[in-house]
Design a protein around this ligand. Structure first.
Ligand code: IMP
Ligand code: MG
Length: 173
């Protein structure tokens, strides 16, 4: 049976918000460069659109971590499946993630990256579900704060499906 998905944010709303985030980041990093670390796979759609809206020089790297398997419950155990291609020492890093939920993944990842000698490490998440937080994570740039619902689209998946939806929707269960 097909899942029922109701629209939470339209493509237009997401585009407008990403434009604002890009402007904010461009202002905050004036005179510097930004090294974006996008977390595979969910953040790639967001990271590409965001990078295009940043007017200071941008470099990009990718990392793949997992804490979930295909279940919708966080295990709290984080595994690095693909590490960075380049060192980050001396760089101003912005970690770009699709969503901060329990905070397990980001809390591990930010700790890990902070030990690698970056000049600064900030976090930019398209979505933030603060009600579900188990670990304290400071989100420096948030696209949208959302209620406790399972969402898909714009990179976010449900068992690997729906990443390609151009909007963000709630899966009705
Ligand atoms: P955390 O470690 O619990 O914060 O989980 C972060 C990861 O869980 C995200 O990068 C997503 O891959 C996944 N996730 C959490 N909530 C959702 C959701 O509502 N839809 C799709 N994926 C989610
Ligand atoms: Mg995922």
């Amino acid at each position: 049976m097909a899942d029922r998905i109701s629209v939470l944010y339209t493509e237009e709303e997401i585009t407008a918000r990403i434009r604002e985030l890009g402007e904010q980041i461009s202002k905050d990093y004036e005179g510097r460069s930004v090294h974006i670390i996008a977390i595979l796979k969910g953040a790639t759609f967001f990271a590409c659109e965001l990078a295009k809206r940043i007017t200071v020089p941008v470099t990009l790297d990718f990392m793949s971590v997992s804490s979930y398997g295909d279940s919708t419950v966080s295990s709290g155990i984080v595994k690095i499946n693909k590490d960075l291609d380049e060192p980050i020492d001396g760089k101003d890093v912005i970690v770009v993630e699709d969503i901060v939920d329990t905070g397990n993944t980001l809390s591990y990842l930010l700790d890990n990256l902070e030990k690698r000698g970056a000049s600064s490490v900030k976090l930019c998440a398209l979505l933030n579900k603060p009600e579900r937080r188990l670990k304290d994570v400071n989100v420096d740039y948030t696209g949208f704060i959302i209620p406790d619902a399972f969402v898909v689209g714009y990179g976010l998946d449900y068992a690997q499906k729906y990443r390609n939806l151009p909007y963000i929707g709630i899966v009705e269960t």
